[in-house]
Design a protein. Structure first.
Length: 130
C-alpha cells in the first residue's frame, strides 16, 4: 500500500528569513501500514490524513492526525508514518525542519464475492482539494 504525499503543500519553516528551498524533499523510506486483522475481516476501507513535522535529519518528529475515514485504521497508519524518512530540506546550506501533509490509504482489492460487514468503514476520499 503506497501512501501519497502532498509535496506541493510542504510548509517550509525557516526561522530567521524567508529563504527558498531548492527542491521539495523526497521520501527516502516508505513503510506501508499493516492492515489490522479485524479491519481485514470486517472489510474496512478508508484514508487517514496526517500533518507530519519532519526534523532536520529527515525523521518524523510529530505525526498529527488531522482526519480519518475509519478510526479503526488510525493506529496502523500512525505506526507506519512514524517510520518514514525524508531527505533533509536544505535552505542556505542548512538542514531545516519542515511540515508536510500526507494521507495513508487503506483499500481492499476484490474480496472474492464476500461482502463487507454491516459496520465496515466505507471508502471515502478525504484528500483536500485544491
Amino acid at each position: 500500500m503506497k501512501a501519497a504525499t502532498f509535496a506541493a503543500v510542504a510548509c517550509l519553516l525557516a526561522t530567521s528569513s524567508m529563504a527558498v528551498a531548492q527542491k521539495v524533499p523526497r521520501k527516502l523510506k516508505d513503510v506501508a501500514p499493516a492492515y489490522p486483522r479485524a479491519s481485514l475481516e470486517r472489510g474496512d476501507e478508508g484514508m487517514v490524513l496526517f500533518e507530519l513535522r519532519i526534523a532536520p535529519d529527515g525523521s518524523v518528529e510529530r505525526a498529527l492526525l488531522l482526519r480519518s475515514g475509519c478510526q479503526r485504521l488510525n493506529d496502523a497508519a500512525q505506526t507506519a508514518v512514524r517510520q518514514w524518512r525524508y531527505e533533509p530540506l536544505m535552505i542556505n546550506g542548512n538542514a531545516t525542519a519542515f511540515t508536510v501533509l500526507t494521507w495513508v490509504p487503506f483499500r481492499l482489492g476484490a474480496r472474492n464475492g464476500t461482502r463487507p460487514a454491516a459496520d465496515a468503514c466505507v471508502w471515502k476520499d478525504i484528500r483536500p482539494t485544491t
